[in-house]
Design a protein around this ligand. Structure first.
Ligand code: PLP
Length: 389
């Protein structure tokens, strides 16, 4: 059976060149990067090279990158690390964090956790496209605000937030700005200095690197409290023996993506637009997220009177891998908080489908999906009590 993977927003395959680069670090250069002998030095050098490669993708300095286990850990370290460092200033001052309603759980849950510990969190609303309004941010800032954490691009509907405007506001008020850029890195141009970003989370498995490795950019001079204590790796911020093969893989993935940026992003955009155009020909189908300010690989559609889970299962029967809810929680059957936040009713949220493309997606695959989806939607509607035409 034909197999079409359109779930690159959940995870990507590891690039062949990435895997080749990683292999020697499993059983040849296996030294502990903290050891002073030659085995350790080999690993250390490879890690420092990867640090440069990661820094280059977001235009930071290499010493501003620390390695973590992924996007979730980077978000946790950024948000809790800043909050705990700020704890001494708490009381009436410095206990206010601003985030937005459609964050990934990786950022949302640490904020909720901090609320239980007495921090005050403001969840900014978004408009029907999922955009945060910079005026809302400006208005929400109080003298107690010390951190703003707003995602670069949404993992479900693909909306890209107005980073430049948000960064100007946080800078003006001298407030730290963290962004979860897990979905945006390598798909959007990112310059942390120009955008006034103080902390940025990224993850390897969304960019053709291995799973279980990520990074956090921390602007030089910024102090965080570690969330795990131990041997003092990564300037004491992230103790644990280095995952050298993973780090090397992440670095290589960044290097490849940077070289191919123009080619890959324009290619995915072309296929994305073709897919959206084809699927919007289905009666009562709608695009979720912003029509232009969206990730180059994201097509998120909604079909009235159908159930996205059934659609997903039927697509799977045809060899097509897609997603309905968020990447990390698509096994949950609650309506997505993102879709509810953009004003969809629960039944509309449940009738949504996320198709995320990658650099390996072909035009032929897009044509196949464009042929298969209308038939499935039609069949599901025949069985739907909500479809009475
Ligand atoms: N943030 C966003 C926006 C994501 O899409 C994801 C994964 O889907 C994460 C964070 C979590 O990243 P990781 O799986 O590396 O922990």
């Amino acid at each position: 059976m034909k197999k079409v993977y359109l779930d690159y927003g959940s995870t990507t395959p590891v690039d062949k060149e990435v895997l080749e680069e990683m292999m020697p670090y499993f059983s040849k250069h296996y030294g502990n990067a903290s050891s002073i002998h030659s085995f350790g030095r080999d690993a250390f050098d490879a890690i420092e090279n990867a640090r440069e490669q990661v820094a280059s993708v977001i235009k930071s300095r290499y010493e501003e990158i620390i390695f973590t286990s992924g996007g979730t850990e980077s978000d946790n370290l950024a948000i809790k690390g800043v909050a705990y460092k700020n704890k001494d200033k708490r009381g009436t001052k410095g206990n206010h964090i601003i985030t937005c309603a459609i964050e990934h759980p990786g950022a949302l849950e640490p904020c909720k956790h901090l609320e239980k510990q007495g921090f005050n969190v403001k969840y900014l609303p978004v408009d029907k496209y999922g955009l945060v309004n910079p005026d809302d941010l400006e208005e929400a800032i109080s003298e107690n605000t010390f951190l703003v954490t707003i995602m670069f691009a949404n993992n479900e509907i693909g909306t890209v937030e107005p980073m430049q405007d948000l960064g100007k506001i946080t800078k003006k008020h001298n407030i730290l700005f963290h962004t979860d850029a897990v979905q945006a890195v390598t798909k959007e141009p990112i310059d942390v200095k120009k955008l006034n970003i103080d902390l940025l989370s990224l993850s390897s498995h969304k960019i053709y690197g291995p799973k279980g490795i990520g990074a956090l950019y921390i602007r030089r001079g910024l102090k965080l409290e570690p969330i795990a204590h131990g041997g003092g790796h990564e300037k004491g911020l992230r103790s644990s023996t280095y995952n050298t093969p993973g780090i090397v893989g992440l670095g290589k993935a960044c290097e490849i993506a940077q070289k191919r940026y123009e080619k890959d992003t324009s290619y995915m955009k072309f296929l994305r637009d073709l897919l959206i155009k084809n699927l919007l020909e289905i009666e009562e189908s709608y695009l979720n997220g912003h029509p232009e300010k969206r990730l180059v690989n994201n097509a998120h559609l909604r079909f009235s009177a159908i159930e996205g889970e059934s659609l997903n299962l039927m697509l799977d029967d045809k060899g097509i891998a897609a997603a309905t809810g968020s990447a990390c929680s698509s096994k949950k059957l609650q309506a997505s908080h993102v879709l509810l936040s953009i004003g969809l009713k629960p039944e509309e949220a449940h009738g949504s489908l996320r198709l995320t493309l990658g650099k390996y997606t072909t035009k032929e695959e897009i044509e196949y999906v464009s042929e298969v989806v209308p038939g499935i939607v039609k069949n599901l509607r025949k069985m739907s009590p909500l479809w009475n035409r």
